[in-house]
Design a protein around this ligand. Sequence first.
Ligand code: KIV
Ligand code: NA
Length: 259
Amino acid sequence: MVVTPQTLIEWKQQKRPIVTLTAWDTPIARFLDEAGVDAILVGDSLAMVALGYPNTLPVTLEAMIHHASAVCRGVKRALVICDLPFLSYQESVSQAMRSAGRVLKESGARGVKIEGGYPAIVETIARLTESGIPVMGHIGLTPQSVHRLGYRQQGKTEMEAKRLQEEALALQEAGVFSIVLEHIPADLAASITEKLTVPTIGIGAGPHCDGQVLVTADILGLSTKSPPFSKQYANLRENILSAAREYANEVREGKFPGE
Ligand code: KIV
Ligand code: NA
């Protein structure tokens, strides 16, 4: 069975948690798909975890398509969604349509994710979904707004919480198939999740979302800095260091290659 946007909506109704992780290349994507991860996000966090940038802003649409097509070549079952990067959709509906269209046509991803829930972005998303493009929303901490908002938790005041509730409902009305809730209080995420018919995917948003997502480099121990709400499940940095050191020693001591 192949996972589709509709599958995620059905799983919310069945209360089956939606397991999501990020990927940026073919082998990582293949392993996540083999492990049964339901949705694989080609997040623009790849700017930081794979390309060495200090935040997500510099990554281009070309680069996102390049990485998304590599991810799609490794995936058989999971739903692959690709982030639209900073300033590839904010300018106008037609810019967003062109960018999302290129992602779907050139990479093989079957949905795009767009940050924000303010009126202009909701209008853009409505136009995309009407055109047949599956869109995932993303509200709360939106890393593309780092220069304006920082990486602070969002939705802590009553006013902010009310605004996020309204944005979630407006995004659902605009036709998104799912919404990422990033770094907001758990009780707010729970109340948004309860009000929506489309699934919420939480990251730093507590246990009551319909699914969870983390940045794969963080869970594997490959990031230089991880957010406090992440969890490390492996330490690949240590594995890579010791493999490279062992190889270096063997070459220097003449042990590798053998006769
Ligand atoms: O870019 C990314 O990895 C993301 C997820 C953390 C939701 O947007
Ligand atoms: Na992102």
